[in-house]
Design a protein around this ligand. Structure first.
Ligand SMILES: [Zn+2]
Length: 201
């Protein structure tokens, strides 16, 4: 069972982390609060990062059911709060993701669009890559006229350590198709999604 093997590896890794904390003087071996922490951390980690194959399957399932497009206006899923990990520090990132596309023949349900966004965020990937992958998916896989993605990320590696840039939000965007060609369409999207900045703290 690959899931079980992953779990065991994670428990072993977190046990080492707790060992290192003990070396630093923390009572990770005596204090009851640390009992089964390695196991809990392993489970949490498996919730934070899902296997690639599982994600691909779920993306396929989500995109398998589309509906005939009745209009060709912008479909937008705005301000989805979701979570991921940065690949540089394995620290959490809180994202606020807005994504839009302009249908050609098919539309995907708006709740599925939200699920798709949350699913793809939940990986150890760069925010820049997440942004482009989402745009590509909504453009190529949905065979739309165009797609746009705008993401604000609050990175714990920036907010809680190093420069402690509490206020810093990393902003990325990507456009495909008509959003690339028509400045007014791109501007309409940006106006809709940048109305209020990401406020979590
Ligand atoms: Zn980082």
């Amino acid at each position: 069972m690959p899931q079980q093997k992953t779990y065991e590896k994670l428990v072993a890794a977190y046990t080492q982390v707790l060992d290192a904390y003990a070396d630093m003087g923390y009572p990770t071996k005596d204090d009851d609060n640390f009992r089964e922490t390695a196991e809990r951390a392993a489970k949490a980690s498996q919730e934070m990062v899902r296997p690639v194959a599982e994600i691909e399957q779920e993306v396929n399932d989500l995109l398998a059911k589309t509906f005939p497009a009745r209009y060709d206006q912008m479909v937008i899923s705005k301000h989805n709060i979701c979570f991921g990990l940065c690949p540089h520090h394995l620290l959490p990132v809180v994202y606020r993701v807005s994504a839009a596309y302009i249908p050609k023949d098919r539309v995907v349900g708006i709740s599925k669009l939200s699920r798709l966004i949350r699913l793809l965020a939940r990986r150890p990937v760069l925010q820049e890559d997440l942004t482009h992958e989402l745009a590509e998916l909504l453009f190529s896989r949905l065979d739309s006229k165009g797609a746009a993605v705008y993401i604000e990320g609050l990175h714990m590696c920036m907010a809680a350590r190093g420069v402690e840039a509490h206020e810093a939000r990393l902003v990325t965007s990507a456009v495909r198709g008509v959003f690339t060609e028509q400045l007014s369409t791109r501007q309409e999207f940006l106006d809709l999604v940048t109305a209020a900045p990401l406020q979590l703290l």
